[in-house]
Structures are given as C-alpha cells and as structure tokens.
Design a protein around this ligand. Structure first.
Ligand SMILES: Cc1cc2nc3c(=O)[nH]c(=O)nc-3n(C[C@H](O)[C@H](O)[C@H](O)COP(=O)(O)O)c2cc1C
Length: 171
C-alpha cells in the first residue's frame, strides 16, 4: 500500500507533519512518502495571477502525489481556528487543475496542537470540507498537548497510540 503523509503546515518543525508521518509509519508493509508543503510553495492564489501566469507546476505535482497514493494521512495545523495559509493556498491552486483534489482516496484526518484544544476546530472544518473534494474519510483523531504526548519521535500516551492503531486498522 502506498501511503502519502503530510502535515497541513509549512512549519519546518511541524508537529502535524511529525504526527502524520508517525501514524503512517505504524502501517505494516506500507511504502510511505512524507510530503513537505514547503516543496509546494506557490504565490498566493488569485484568479488574476492564474489568468496572467497560469497555474504553477507545483500544483500539478501535489495532484500527482495524491493520485499516486492509496491512502493519505494528513494532520491539520490550526491557525486562528482554521487551515494554515500554506495548506489553503496549495489546495486552492491544486483545485484549479482537479476540482476533487482528494480524488476518491482513503484519508485519515488528524490534528494536533501544543495546547489542550488539539486543533479540534480545524479538524471539524476538515471533516466537513474534505468529503466535498472526494476524500473517503476513514476516521479522525485530535491529539491535544502534543509535546506531552509525543517525545523523541514516539507516542508515550498509550490511549493515543491505541487510537492511532485503531485508525490505521481501517485502512
Ligand atoms: C498564526 C497562528 C495562529 C494559531 N492559531 C491557533 C489556534 O487557533 N488554535 C490552536 O490550537 N493553535 C493555534 N496556533 C498554535 C499552533 O497550534 C502551533 O503553532 C502548532 O505548532 C501548529 O502546528 P504545526 O507545528 O504543525 O505548524 C497558532 C499558531 C500560529 C502561528
């Protein structure tokens, strides 16, 4: 099974990227690609820019990465209750090529934050939003207090780890 994991964040130290890649690594026998949204940096989307300069090739690359995967593990960073600008911009450009960006792929939807909220607002947003873009959502988990739950690349909280194992068992 080909698994694409990414954090919906452009932070180089993204805790969401860490959570997504860790979760993907739990899937036995999977071939995992960890994607970094910084590799898909594009100018801020505008219809005028699109008309004048066209769609950046990074948008096609993002679509191709999704097309190539059997399963997507995405973890959403919450910025002011919503998506990070990096994710929204990548998504907006990609949607100009293929409107149904998730291309009927199975998707595990995660979120985490350093605080007790676990980025639940953006997780709810994503759970409402992704099915409109042909994501087949298998399940979701919000992980609060990231730095207490995950240390040195390992999930220390047994119930969080079990919840992640339960999620990947659906894949
Ligand atoms: C501009 C900005 C807005 C933020 N807004 C929220 C928020 O609404 N809720 C939240 O739980 N954390 C918020 N945070 C803190 C993020 O959860 C924290 O930076 C986290 O590390 C982001 O995930 P990442 O490391 O994967 O980028 C915000 C951070 C920034 C920089």
């Amino acid at each position: 099974m080909k698994v694409l994991a990414f954090g919906a964040s452009s932070s180089e130290q993204s805790i969401n990227k860490a959570l997504a890649s860790y979760t993907a690594s739990l899937i036995e026998g999977a071939s995992v690609t960890v994607l970094d949204l910084n590799d898909f940096a594009m100018p801020i989307f505008s219809e005028n820019r699109e008309k004048e300069f066209g769609i950046p090739e990074e948008a096609q690359s993002f679509i191709d990465e999704i097309a190539d995967a059997d399963l997507i593990v995405v973890s959403f960073a919450e910025h002011n209750g919503s998506y990070s600008a990096a994710y929204k911009n990548t998504f907006d450009w990609a949607s100009r090529l293929v409107k149904k960006v998730y291309q009927n792929k199975s998707v595990i939807v995660l979120s985490t934050s350093p605080g007790p909220g676990g980025a639940q607002n953006v997780l709810n947003l994503a759970l409402n939003n992704l099915p409109f873009f042909d994501a087949n959502v298998l399940g979701s988990l919000s992980v609060p207090s990231f730095y207490e739950v995950m240390k040195e690349g390992e999930i220390l909280d047994a119930s969080v780890k079990q919840s992640l194992l339960d999620l990947i068992a659906k894949a």
